[in-house]
Design a binder for this molecule. Structure first.
Ligand code: SF4
Ligand code: SF4
Length: 428
């Protein structure tokens, strides 16, 4: 401390040698003083800074080098729980000279955002990973299974490579208005997205939603064959160009119709419409389907009660990314007879199903670096609560968790979308 404007040098208190005792074993250790002295200036020259320079120069890549290795991100990273991952480890790999642009490590992050939630330095992998992946995509270093999805999304407007004309096949026999056939103004425009449109289990949820929306008198319609995927997961997987081209097509379609609100069952599409489209100047009122239905609970006429013990999986892109934890729970708690139990990892600390950020299409690559799939880990957590139903409200999750229930020998666990249970209690 400066005293009277003069800094006092610290008093030297050096010993040639001391003996200290281990606080664990009590054993004595002799420490010689000269071991503890810095004889010359230390220079860190073991590490190559080129990797950080390349990544920091990318738009969105700046924050990786801010890491100061506190380690807080590792225990919350869902990939680390089944492997060896997290921003701190990526930082270390780049520091040790690994080329992240050509490494499998670039594809393991699901952009679940749990690390950003706890990071004191705000190292933001939600921006870093898409930036790094974009370079990998440009260089042609894309896992084949992901490249296939990029090509299908480009050619067919959906990640499953299905016939665009069959997009509304799920609605056959139901009273579902399609704007191309009936373009009158509508309150709710439903963006159905890919897995509710085409996956057999997603189609069941879509049909349940249609029945519920009609019963509640919602004025709603779909785009039918004119809908294309929003492509947010493709964007996060590094295909920003594809995302922008899909956005141009989607905005041109939306411009043709009059509607008050967009509703979607897909938290990924919801995230892009709510947070990314506005950065390009496209602003809409956007709701997840749980946010549309939760305020309408009082209008519901229940027909029967359900004797289910249910645990709910928070989708990362509805919960952590967009702060909605209550609407799905309000819907579940309103179903007569149903009891709720929470998994230890829930709400802000919810565990990722492994499908985000392109993970939906990277199970093959991820399997080479993990002891089990994230969805398998999550299913075991659901079973530990004693629940007989794992409730979901993201179209990626039904198939992921049903596969995981089978592969972990937990076939007794049902995986149901919230609307499937609501429809069962309303109409069965
Ligand atoms: S929490 Fe942030 S600063 Fe700490 S190790 Fe992880 S990335 Fe680095
Ligand atoms: S975003 Fe999620 S998966 Fe990616 S490093 Fe962070 S915690 Fe792990």
């Amino acid at each position: 401390m400066p005293i009277g404007g003069k800094k006092q040098p610290p008093e030297a208190n050096e010993f040639e040698s001391v003996v200290v005792h281990s606080t664990i074993s009590g054993r004595p250790w002799q420490l010689d003083g000269h071991w503890n002295r810095m004889f010359e200036q230390r220079v860190i020259w073991d590490y190559d800074t080129e990797g950080f320079e390349q990544i920091s120069a990318l738009d969105g890549g700046e924050s990786l080098e801010w890491c100061y290795r506190c380690g807080k991100c590792i225990p919350v990273c869902p990939v680390d729980l089944v492997g060896n991952y997290g921003p701190m480890r990526l930082h270390q790999l780049v520091q040790q000279g690994q080329d992240l642009f050509a490494s499998d490590q670039a594809w393991l992050c699901t952009t679940c955002m749990n690390c950003l939630r706890v990071c004191p330095k705000e190292v933001n992998l939600i921006k870093v990973m898409p930036a790094v992946r974009e370079v990998a995509v440009t260089n042609g270093n894309v896992p084949a299974e992901l490249q296939d999805v990029f090509e299908k999304s480009f050619r067919y407007g959906n990640a499953l490579g299905q016939n665009p004309k069959r997009r509304a096949a799920w609605a056959k026999g139901l009273d579902v208005r399609q704007l191309p056939d009936d373009p009158a103004p509508v309150d709710v425009l439903m963006i159905v997205e890919d897995y509710w449109s085409y996956h057999p289990r997603g189609q069941e949820a879509a049909r349940a939603f249609a029945q519920i929306a009609n019963a509640l008198g919602v004025d709603w319609a779909i785009l039918g064959a004119e809908e294309k995927t929003i492509g947010d997961s493709q964007r996060l997987a590094g295909e920003k160009g594809l995302f922008e081209s899909l956005m141009e097509d989607n905005v041109a379609t939306l411009d043709r119709y009059e509607f008050a609100r967009i509703v979607t069952p897909d938290p990924h599409g919801y995230n892009a419409l709510r947070n990314v489209y506005p950065t390009y100047g496209h602003n809409y009122e956007v709701l997840h389907y749980t946010q549309l239905l939760a305020p309408l609970i009082d209008r519901i006429e229940w027909n029967r009660s359900l004797d289910y013990k249910v645990t709910f999986h928070d989708p990362c892109y509805l919960g952590r990314h967009n702060g909605e934890y209550d609407a799905p729970r309000r819907l579940l708690e309103s179903i007569p007879g149903l009891t709720m139990t929470e998994m230890a990892r829930c709400r802000e600390n919810g565990y990722c199903c492994g499908g985000g950020g392109g993970g939906m299409w990277l199970d093959g690559l991820t399997a080479n670096h993990t002891t089990e799939r994230l969805s398998e880990r999550r299913v075991r957590e659901a079973v530990e609560t004693g629940a007989d139903v794992l409730a979901v409200c993201c179209p990626y999750e039904v198939s992921r968790f049903e596969d995981a229930a089978k592969s972990t020998g937990n076939d007794q666990l049902k995986v149901l979308d919230i609307v499937e249970m609501m429809a069962e209690a309303m109409f069965a």
